[in-house]
Structure formats: structure tokens, C-alpha cells
Design a protein around this ligand. Structure first.
Ligand SMILES: Cc1cc2nc3c(=O)[nH]c(=O)nc-3n(C[C@H](O)[C@H](O)[C@H](O)COP(=O)(O)OP(=O)(O)OC[C@H]3O[C@@H](n4cnc5c(N)ncnc54)[C@H](O)[C@@H]3O)c2cc1C
Ligand SMILES: Cc1cc2nc3c(=O)[nH]c(=O)nc-3n(C[C@H](O)[C@H](O)[C@H](O)COP(=O)(O)O)c2cc1C
Length: 422
């Protein structure tokens, strides 16, 4: 087995790992970074974090100015940014987690938040002002107390690229397609290295320290999403063809998603071998849903052919295909201007913020303005949306119908088995 030596081995290549590698290098360590994915898929979840917003404590403009040296004085004059103190940040964490956060970890996160974004800036990460979180008022922009003020240039993909250039400039070695398999420990159980699966076989990286900034290598289940799905769509082919590829290739349970709006479609997915189904569009019309009534009404009257796969609603999240009702795409294309309406923060219903045209946010009950021109996410399953129902009834209806059909389909022939289309 090949063996390599270094001071610090970093596992993963998302934001956490890239920052850790840069920091360890700054401290004088020889660093090796291991990334399971091939180079063209680098960046982990960080790449997908389209907003790439970084919340941190600050005392208003004097603290955020050093993060944004390219912003001219004339722009600062139009900005109102109330301070967001450590106490505010800590209280928000505890409020949204209903007190379940570990106090020591929450405190660490809060205390290090501002030094970290400053250090990232000094390391070469470029920040931008997050105007989508601002409320325009008489030619000025006001940030509501606690809303994020900065995001990384060009979102998550930009963050990954900037870190990549920084690591390259420091000469830090990144080994792609190198997945950490297990730790090497000494007689005192201290970690002394990592066993790595490389394209050439297993290798050992011996080190003095290690930073694990990666998720677990395995997973408990896989969601196979077909191209019929509503909302953001990663699928490239139809669900049944996809299940045909995925099921024989994996051992964990597979959950089928995309185009399942009826018990019949659910039964078909289960009969194909899926362990469960994941349903999106049907639940937009649940009583419990926060979707705007006009969006729900459009879903109820739509058919599968009324949906379209597009990348148009990508103002805040580029290169992310999604399926919407065609009518919402056409309405957005017809509209002039950059703003289509206003929305409220979930945590602060009285604060209104603009909704940019072609943003990916679906219209909720609190949205106002040109609702029809906001993305109406919908899968081909929209056919199954015929009325507003409690979520419980949707689940019962889907499961009941699917069970009944599966029972009927599996009955011995000659025993009332689907003469026509029951
Ligand atoms: C749509 C979306 C929007 C988001 N928006 C925001 C936002 O605005 N602000 C925010 O703070 N957060 C946001 N998040 C969350 C944020 O993306 C994650 O919290 C963050 O990216 C986690 O970073 P990470 O470095 O810990 O992990 P990741 O970025 O997931 O990196 C883990 C890396 O480890 C690699 N890996 C896994 N196992 C191994 C192994 N065995 N060996 C070697 N490598 C391995 C993976 O391939 C991956 O590259 C968003 C997430 C999503 C999906
Ligand atoms: C309104 C809406 C919101 C969605 N939000 C998410 C999300 O936040 N994360 C996610 O992984 N999938 C999301 N999806 C996709 C679903 O998880 C699922 O893959 C898809 O809805 C299945 O297709 P269907 O809509 O035809 O049922 C969303 C779908 C819709 C319709």
C-alpha cells in the first residue's frame, strides 16, 4: 500500500475543508486535502448553496466596510444597517432551535463569526452586499435587524472557485477521487493517519493532525428523482428508466420522486422496486401549505402538459433547472422591470422585501404583486392536484389507492385481475 506523510490531512473539499486547509497552511503545516469527488464535481454542498449568505455579528457599517473594500462611499451613504450584536445572534440561534442548541457550540459560532468572515476576506474571499435581503425605502436600503448582509461573490460556486485559487496559490495539494475510508490509530487510540481509496487502490496518509470536514461516506437511503418532478430537478431521465438504473446498482432503500400525484403512480413506483415515494406538488395544495391561494388555484386547474422544465427562474441560483407551470414562465417573460412584488420574512411578517423578477422563490400567502409571474413550481404530478385537502388526507388517499391497486395487480389471474383499467 502506498504511503504519504504530511502534518495535517484534511478530509473533504467544501467550504469547511478549504478554510481549514488554508488555516493549517497559514500555521506552517504541510497539508494534504482528500476529496472523494472528481475535480469537475468539487465543492460538495457548498457549491449548491446558491445564496452563500454568511451571518455574523457586527456593529453596523464600520464593521462591514473592511469586508467590502470595493464598495464606494456613495453606496455606503444609501445603506442603513442596524448593529447585530453577539447577544442578538445567540438569542436568534436559541429561538429558532427552541433552546436545543448546545450552548458552548452556539457561543463559539457566534464569537468566531465576525473574525472568520474578516479572515476569509484577508485570505482572498470576496464578499458582496446581499441586496435581496434589503428593504428599499426612498432611495435607501435598510436591512432588517438580523438579516444577512453579505454573501460570497457568485454564490456557492464562486466560493468554491475562490478557495480553489487560494489553495493553489499556497501550493496545497488536493487529491481528487481520494475518499477517506478509515482512520489509522496508534496504541493510545490517537489518530495518526487515514486510509484512502484512490483510483489505483488503497493508500495510507500518515499525519500529525487531521481535520474531518466531510459528511459521512455512506448514506441511509437514496432519492431517485425523475425529470417529471416539480421544483428544482436534478433528474435527467424519466422516473421508471431511472429506477431501472439505480435499483440494481445500490443496496440502500430507494425513494422514488417525480410525477407521483396519484395512488396509481405511487403503486407503479413501488411495483418497480422503490421502497417509498417522495411527493412534492400534491402537498402544495395541502391545507397546511403556505403557498399563495392563486398558485394553488392554478395547480388545481393544470394538467401534466402545462408544466415545463426551464432554467429561467435562476436569478438567485444559476444553472439549476426547475419544473414550473408554463403560465408562470410566460407571465414573467412578459413583465417589464426587475421587481415583481414584495414578500415578508417568515420570522418578521411586518418587514417587506422586494421579490426580484426570475427569482426562484415560490409565491407564499404573504407575497404581494404580480403573483402569476412568480415561479409556480409543479411536477407532471400536477394532474393529481384536484382540490385542497389536509396533508393527512393526501397521504391516506395516495397510500390507500396504491395499496388497493398493488393488491389487485398481484391477485392470481382469473381472480378479477385488471380486465380493463381498474
Ligand atoms: C440549496 C442550498 C442552499 C444553501 N444556502 C446556504 C447559505 O446561504 N448559507 C449557508 O451558510 N449555508 C447554506 N447552505 C448549507 C451549506 O451549503 C452547507 O452547510 C455547507 O456547504 C457545508 O459545508 P461543508 O464544507 O461542511 O460540507 P460540503 O460542502 O458538503 O463538503 C463536504 C465534502 O466532503 C467530501 N467527502 C465526503 N466524504 C468524503 C470522504 N470519505 N473522503 C473524502 N472526501 C469526502 C464531499 O465530496 C464534499 O466535497 C445551503 C445548502 C444548500 C443545499
Ligand atoms: C413547492 C416545492 C418545493 C420543493 N422544495 C424542495 C426542497 O426544498 N428540497 C428538495 O430537495 N426538493 C424540493 N422539492 C422537490 C421534491 O423534493 C420532489 O423531488 C419533487 O417535488 C417530486 O416531484 P413531484 O413534485 O412531481 O411530486 C420541492 C418541490 C416542490 C413542488
Amino acid at each position: 500500500m502506498a504511503t504519504l506523510d504530511c502534518d495535517v490531512v484534511v478530509v473533504g473539499l467544501g467550504n469547511a475543508a478549504q478554510a481549514a486547509a488554508a488555516s493549517a497552511h497559514e500555521a506552517g503545516a504541510k497539508v494534504i486535502v482528500l476529496e472523494k469527488a472528481p475535480e469537475k464535481k468539487r465543492g460538495g454542498n457548498t457549491w449548491f448553496s446558491h445564496g452563500a449568505q454568511f451571518r455574523h455579528y457586527h456593529n453596523g457599517i464600520p464593521d462591514v466596510k473592511p469586508l467590502l473594500p470595493h464598495v464606494p462611499e456613495s453606496e455606503w451613504e444609501k445603506i442603513d444597517l442596524p448593529p447585530y450584536t453577539k447577544d442578538d445572534f445567540y438569542a436568534d440561534i436559541m429561538r429558532v432551535t427552541r433552546g436545543r442548541s448546545v450552548p458552548e457550540l452556539a457561543e463559539l459560532l457566534v464569537n468566531e463569526s465576525y473574525p472568520t468572515v474578516r479572515w476569509m476576506r484577508e485570505s482572498g474571499i470576496q464578499w458582496e452586499i446581499l441586496y435581496t435581503d434589503a428593504k428599499p425605502e426612498g432611495g435607501r436600503f435598510r436591512w432588517h435587524h438580523g438579516s444577512s448582509f453579505i454573501h460570497s461573490k457568485d454564490g456557492g460556486a464562486g466560493l468554491v472557485d475562490m478557495w480553489h485559487r487560494i489553495l493553489q496559490s499556497k501550493g496545497i495539494e488536493v487529491r481528487y477521487e481520494n475518499g477517506a475510508v478509515r482512520f489509522i490509530t496508534d496504541e493510545k487510540n490517537a489518530v495518526r493517519g487515514v486510509v484512502v481509496q484512490t483510483p489505483e487502490g488503497l493508500a495510507e496518509i500518515r499525519c500529525k493532525g487531521r481535520i474531518v470536514a466531510a459528511d459521512r461516506a455512506g448514506c441511509d437511503l437514496i432519492v431517485a428523482q425523475g425529470i417529471e418532478a416539480g421544483g428544482h430537478v436534478r433528474g435527467k431521465i424519466g422516473l421508471l428508466a431511472l429506477l431501472g438504473q439505480v435499483l440494481p446498482a445500490v443496496r440502500v432503500p430507494v425513494v422514488a420522486a417525480g410525477g407521483i400525484g396519484t395512488g396509481r403512480a405511487m403503486a407503479a413506483a413501488l411495483a418497480s422496486g422503490a421502497s417509498a415515494v417522495r411527493v412534492g406538488t400534491r402537498f402544495v395544495a395541502a391545507e397546511e401549505s403556505d403557498a399563495h391561494p392563486s398558485y394553488v388555484k392554478k395547480l388545481i386547474s393544470a394538467e401534466a402538459k402545462d408544466t415545463v422544465l426551464t432554467e429561467a427562474f435562476s436569478a438567485n441560483w444559476p444553472n439549476a433547472p426547475h419544473r414550473v407551470l408554463r403560465s408562470s414562465l410566460e407571465a414573467a417573460q412578459k413583465l417589464q422591470g426587475d421587481v415583481v412584488g414584495e414578500r415578508a420574512y417568515a420570522w418578521e411578517p411586518n418587514v417587506r422585501v422586494p421579490v426580484p423578477r426570475f427569482t426562484s422563490l415560490v409565491p407564499l400567502k404573504t407575497h404581494t404583486g404580480e403573483i402569476d409571474a412568480m415561479p409556480h413550481w409543479a411536477g407532471e404530478s400536477v394532474e393529481g392536484v384536484t382540490k385542497i385537502q389536509p396533508a393527512r388526507d393526501i397521504v391516506r388517499e395516495l397510500a390507500g389507492e396504491a395499496e388497493e391497486l398493488l393488491r389487485r395487480w398481484s391477485a392470481p389471474s382469473g381472480n378479477g385481475r385488471r380486465p380493463n383499467h381498474p
